[in-house]
Design a protein around this ligand. Structure first.
Ligand SMILES: [Zn+2]
Length: 134
């Protein structure tokens, strides 16, 4: 079974420039990426999808010096970060709008923005909350 089906609602949300996070229908635990089985209660019910603000804080990050996916316009090196959303879930994505990772601070405020790749797909990035997006 292709696990990509679990991301369908999330990807449809990105196309509308909305950030959707899966939420267990049984216990309310938010999970990203979505899973077929809730990691908290074991429920296999289809998750609910909740729109979240996209605002949160930098939880951790790594700097990459090689581009693995074509279509992204982020210059190398680039930062991949785990963001703890204000709603509680953690989500990963590119952190753009920062000159180097040395200027990053765990706990700094970030917010979601949406970019469009060369193939027309909408992608999620994060930017420092005090800066305009890319
Ligand atoms: Zn659950």
């Amino acid at each position: 079974m292709n696990p990509r089906y679990l991301l369908t609602a999330h990807l449809e949300g990105l196309a509308r420039r909305e950030l959707l996070i899966s939420t267990c229908a049984a216990c309310g635990t938010q999970q990203f990426p979505p899973k077929a089985v809730c990691t908290r209660c074991g429920s296999t019910e289809s998750p609910r999808w909740n729109r979240v603000s996209g605002e949160g804080q930098l939880w951790t990050y790594a700097t990459f010096h090689k581009t693995y996916l074509t279509g992204f316009r982020l210059p190398s090196p680039y930062v991949v970060a785990v963001i703890e959303l204000d709603e509680g879930a953690k989500i990963y994505g590119n952190l753009a709008g920062v000159p180097t990772s040395s200027s990053l601070r765990i706990g700094q405020r970030v917010r979601a923005e949406f970019t469009t790749t060369d193939d027309g797909a909408s992608h999620l990035i994060f930017v420092p909350a005090d800066k305009e997006g890319t």
